[in-house]
Write a protein that binds this ligand. Structure first.
Ligand code: Q46
Ligand code: ZN
Ligand code: ZN
Length: 318
């Protein structure tokens, strides 16, 4: 940002430049822009109702704390859910950030420990399944988020996915033409038997913007990235999209938002086919396409495996 840059709205000194909006903003008007983007997402895609009982999946990072903060600020009733993944110090510290955020604001935080309640952690699950850690981690989180939302009588499950996350997943799915995944990549998935409504109110904000929201609002968040994320292909897709964005600002938002508006409706039929094939897991009752759901199979495999320290997984990934 050039020294002396002025806020587009009030002409006071700017604190952030946002090339895709072709403007700079002071702290107050930057926050206003973020609020407007979230309200626009909520209203345009009908993400939330005023009387929704909301559960926010919280990791202790910038996005999940920002979305929780924004929803409370906008007058929604929202509790938090933190899942302890057992990824060494990273999980211990991330839990502290989530707890501190909730305690400082008098908000309710539900906690689930994978090791304490299901007898495994993510490093052990990665070793036991011989797949990248994010595979077992994503599966565990999806299952436990859905279960906690339904058990707690919540009508909406909110996640902090931002524009960078969604554009990166979209690029990955497009590169492989994963039609079923593409059909589901929406800012809102309606509730259905065994699944809560799932919404992503931050999809109009970039990760730079959610980080800036936290800094301006004085939210203390865990800056460190997950130490075992190296197998996560989305990091490469994010770098590719950032390179394109640097050449042509606004291209990332156009890629994702135009997909949702123009392409996703054409894939709606795939979403329906996918839903019709589900039945109840014999062990936990969750929706599944087989007899026993993928989560119950993961619990059986990972909890029977000798505990694996996170350092082993980190070394293995280098
Ligand atoms: S926590 Fe889990 Fe992420 Fe770490 S192991 Fe992968 S999915 S990167 S959001
Ligand atoms: Zn201003
Ligand atoms: Zn099950």
């Amino acid at each position: 940002m050039n020294p002396g840059s002025k806020c587009r709205t009030c002409r006071q000194p700017a604190i952030i430049d946002l090339p895709r909006h072709n403007a700079n903003f002071c702290a107050e008007h930057f926050l206003e822009l973020c609020r407007r983007q979230v309200i626009k997402a909520i209203e345009h895609w009908k993400l939330l109702e005023r009387d929704d009982k909301i559960l926010v999946a919280v990791s202790g990072g910038k996005d999940s704390l920002a979305v929780w903060d924004l929803l409370i600020e906008l007058g929604y009733q929202a509790d938090g859910l933190y899942v302890g993944l057992g990824i060494g110090d990273y999980s211990d510290v991330s839990g502290d950030y989530a707890r501190r955020f909730a305690a400082d604001r008098g908000l309710k935080l539900i906690e689930i420990s994978l090791r304490g309640e299901y007898g495994y952690d993510i490093p052990t699950a990665a070793k036991a399944t011989r797949r990248v850690p994010c595979s077992a981690c994503g599966l565990s989180k999806r299952h436990l988020f859905d279960k906690a939302a339904l058990d707690g009588g919540y009508t909406a499950l909110v996640t902090g996915h931002n524009l960078d996350d969604e554009a990166a997943v979209l690029l990955g799915n497009t590169m492989r033409w994963e039609i079923d995944y593409l059909a589901r990549q929406l800012p809102k998935l309606e509730a259905r038997d065994g699944f809560p409504k799932k919404v992503k109110p931050l999809v109009r904000l970039t990760e730079r913007e959610t980080a800036a929201w936290c800094v301006v609002r004085g939210i203390d968040y865990l800056v460190d990235e997950c130490p075992i994320a190296a197998g996560n292909k989305h990091l490469g897709y994010k770098a590719t999209l950032n390179a394109m964005e640097a050449e042509s600002s606004g291209s990332k938002a156009a890629f994702y938002l135009n997909f949702v508006e123009r392409m996703a409706p054409l894939l709606a039929g795939h979403l329906k086919d996918d839903r019709e094939a589900l039945r109840e897991c014999e062990q936990c009752g969750s929706p599944t396409s087989g007899d026993v759901c993928a989560f119950c199979r993961l619990v059986a495999t990972a909890s029977a495996h000798e505990r694996v320290p996170v350092e082993l997984i980190m070394r293995g990934r280098r």
